[in-house]
Ligand binder design. Structure first.
Ligand SMILES: [Cu+2]
Length: 347
């Protein structure tokens, strides 16, 4: 509301200034004076002053909203990406401030003057070289730095990486951890049904120690490989506090790995916010309840993680708690039935 009132006030001030300018011009015309030059002068001054105020306010806003910016990057990869963001911001902000300053300064300096003739300026080789070579050098620096970071970020995941699968679905994340064997059980879309939304093949022994988790828990300083996918539409697995994100595309597996370097507890101290939690969110506008696709992510010590993972794998594994008891109860075997309308536990 206060922002709306501020915008309204600024708009009204501009209208008032404009109307005063117009009435002054009308008064001069009524008095029979030649007023064009004076009118131009006041309009040039007003435009320049408003332009400079916008420029100064836009710079001040950066400092006002700085506390709301993302905290320091919580992953090794994020630090490299943040460096790229900083370099890009440095170059673009420098150009923005320089060109905006010139624009509004020239509005005032080169305003209409009755006896002044416009300078004919068809071309200038030195100037053209300057505005070709300088941007070329700046862009080359950005591209080279970017490619270096790209190859580092998208290098193969280390062999000790924890494997976590994140599958986007309107409007939730299905999180599956590869168990102690570090191999995710195979999936087949033809096995998908309401009991097995991901279409996990329970005949594959690698799936038996996998577990689904409500929250993502990661050990600090240990690499984690996220294997991404989607069941319906495009989603995006976004870890903004780690500066990592990737599209989740139906039918096309994507992945990235990162090494979290700051635990949740440490980040609470850094931000001074005892309630702070990392979060996963979807940064693809995927439908009406898109905002719902958030999940807490905890970065804990290795010992805490091992304890949690063991408990999840032994006591909360979907295979052990649902599939196996259902098989025993019905005395059936797991079917590889490709009829998607049927449960894949044969009765
Ligand atoms: Cu989504």
């Amino acid at each position: 509301m206060s922002a709306f009132l501020l915008i309204l006030t600024v708009a009204l001030v501009i209208i008032v200034v404009f109307q005063i300018g117009k009435s002054a011009e009308l008064a001069r015309i009524l008095r029979g004076e030649e007023g064009k030059e004076e009118t131009n002068s006041s309009l040039a001054l007003i435009t320049s002053v408003i332009g400079f105020i916008i420029l100064i306010l836009s710079i001040i806003t950066i400092f006002i909203y700085k506390p709301k910016f993302l905290p320091v990057s919580a992953s090794e990869q994020g630090v490299w990406i943040q460096q790229m963001i900083n370099w890009t911001m440095f170059f673009t902000c420098t150009v923005y401030i320089f060109t905006t300053f010139l624009l509004f300064w020239f509005v005032y300096k080169y305003q209409y003057k009755k006896d002044r003739k416009a300078f004919w300026f068809p071309d200038d080789l030195r100037l053209e070289l300057a505005w070709t070579i300088i941007p070329a050098i700046v862009l080359t620096v950005l591209v080279v730095l970017g490619i270096q970071k790209w190859f580092k970020v998208f290098s193969p995941a280390p062999s000790d990486a924890i494997i976590v699968e994140a599958i986007g679905q309107q409007f939730k994340w299905n999180i599956r951890y590869a168990g102690a064997d570090k191999i995710l059980g195979k999936k087949d879309f033809s096995l998908t049904n309401s009991d097995n939304e991901l279409g996990i093949n329970w005949n594959d022994k690698n799936s038996h120690d996998d577990f689904m988790a409500d929250e993502i828990v990661l050990p600090v300083n240990t690499p984690v490989l996220f294997k991404l996918g989607a069941l319906d539409v495009l989603h995006n697995f976004n870890l903004s506090q780690f500066r990592m994100k990737m599209d989740c595309v139906p039918g096309i597996p994507t992945e990235y790995w990162m090494r979290p370097t700051i635990s949740t507890d440490s980040m609470r101290l850094i931000t001074g916010n005892p309630e702070f939690d990392y979060e996963v969110n979807c940064s693809e506008m995927c439908g009406s309840a898109h905002y719902n696709m958030r999940k807490v992510l905890k970065v804990v010590s290795r010992a805490e993680y091992d304890k949690w993972a063991k408990d999840q794998s032994e006591n909360h594994s979907y295979y052990k708690t649902v599939v196996l008891p259902a098989m025993k109860e019905k005395g059936g075997e797991i079917s590889m039935n490709t009829d998607t309308t049927k449960n894949n536990i044969k009765h």
